[in-house]
Design a protein around this ligand. Structure first.
Ligand code: SF4
Length: 383
């Protein structure tokens, strides 16, 4: 029987209150000593994808991580590492610094590992959907105890991101690109089978709805969840967010592989009930075209380029230029193909489409920065 605990805290909890919530959530599963033995190496995998300040529903709140580091040492851990590889366009060292995780780790004696600089191990995927082997961070894979610490957020490609999706941070950037090329949902399921975690603790002190995973609306939820089975935890998380688990592609795929029952059979919740904490999260727009007059041809684009399109149009809105953007075609993602006989010059976006450079107005970058994108849009739309 998979167990998922749900703990609701007071409004605007202090560090001591957050520590109490995390202890209670893990305690309902049997306590940290159920997972961590004397002298063991523990690896925590937060979500520090963009380096934006945490406590904001974008990156894992360092106070949640601090509570876990302390609990792991109290349970006898010999070493605690915080392991992360930020997304495209976000250097991981900067993300560690800006999120406050670096300062916290130094203060409480945890190590920090940048996945993009770490040694990698090639891991076999049991019963693969799309990838036989995956290269992952050696520090994470070889840890005695693996703890996943995601944030509760909507996601404009996958509908939601919780435990399963957060594991993408243990692979280096070129593999992230490959995941998008081969089909993100299937690759996520393969990764979770190849690198099973012992414990997942969800930071929903602040959560994100709408345009997640980076540009959505942040709100206070004051919730911590914990689970010893990441598939069950994501199933419960989907219900708390007001989504049906059948809508989430990677949960459906996990169910097809016998890792989860989509009706929730075999899952026990502890602490609060799902209904007492659930709310209907605003859904993310899954279509990339930001407005009429703009077409996006997308083929496996990473979250970074998807986020970049949205933030470029946000900037154009602030500049009062949205109504001038007409008849624009954006091509993005490593698998995107250009149709024959186009009447307009397309905007070809990003390093992975360098091969199409001569076929339109190419904007370099991985992802391209907003200024360069706006310059190209101004040119193409005669603004
Ligand atoms: S340029 Fe291509 S590889 Fe780079 S972030 Fe964008 S979609 Fe991904």
């Amino acid at each position: 029987m998979a167990k998922v605990s749900i703990v609701k805290g007071p409004k605007g909890p202090s560090f001591e209150e957050i520590q109490g919530m995390v202890k209670k959530a893990v305690g309902l599963l049997g306590g940290m000593s159920r997972f961590v033995g004397s002298g063991e190496r523990v690896a925590l995998k937060p979500n520090i994808v963009t380096g934006r300040h945490s406590g904001m529903g974008v990156t894992t709140d360092p106070r949640v991580l601090e509570a876990l580091v302390k609990m792991a040492y109290e349970a006898g851990a010999g070493e605690v590492l915080i392991v992360e590889g930020a997304g495209y366009g976000s250097p991981t060292p900067e993300a560690f610094k800006l999120s406050g995780v670096e300062e916290m780790a130094e203060r409480v004696g945890a190590g920090i590992v940048d996945v993009d600089e770490d040694q990698l191990v090639e891991v076999e995927v049991p019963n693969p959907l799309v990838l036989d082997r995956i290269k992952v961070s050696k520090s994470f894979y070889n840890a005695d105890v693996k703890v996943n610490v995601p944030v509760m957020k909507t996601h404009d490609q996958m509908l939601m991101t919780l435990g399963m999706k957060n594991m993408k941070g243990v692979i280096p950037k070129p593999w992230k690109r490959l995941f998008h090329r081969v089909g993100l949902a299937r690759a996520i399921v393969d990764l979770n089978k190849a690198v099973p975690v012992d414990l997942t603790v969800v930071d929903a002190i602040h959560a994100m709805e709408g345009l997640g995973p980076s540009l959505g609306d942040i709100f206070e939820m004051d919730l911590i969840m914990a689970g010893d089975d990441v598939y069950a935890l994501d199933w419960v998380g989907a219900r708390i967010m007001g989504f049906s688990p059948e809508e989430v592609e990677y949960l459906k795929l996990a169910s097809g592989q016998g890792l989860l029952d989509l009706k929730g059979e075999g899952i026990t919740t502890l602490g609060e009930s799902i209904n007492s904490v659930a709310r209907s999260f605003k859904r993310p727009p899954m279509d990339l075209a930001p407005q009429e007059g703009v077409t996006v041809i997308e083929g496996g684009a990473c979250s970074a380029c998807r986020g970049s399109i949205r933030s470029v149009f946000h900037d154009l809105g602030r500049m009062g230029l949205l109504n001038k953007v007409q008849d624009l075609l954006i091509v993005v993602g490593p698998k995107a193909e250009l149709p024959e006989g186009l009447r307009q010059t397309p905007l070809i976006m990003g390093t992975c489409l360098k091969g199409l450079k001569e076929k339109g107005r190419y904007v370099v970058g991985c992802p391209p920065n907003n200024d360069k994108m706006i310059e190209a849009i101004r040119e193409l739309c005669n603004i």
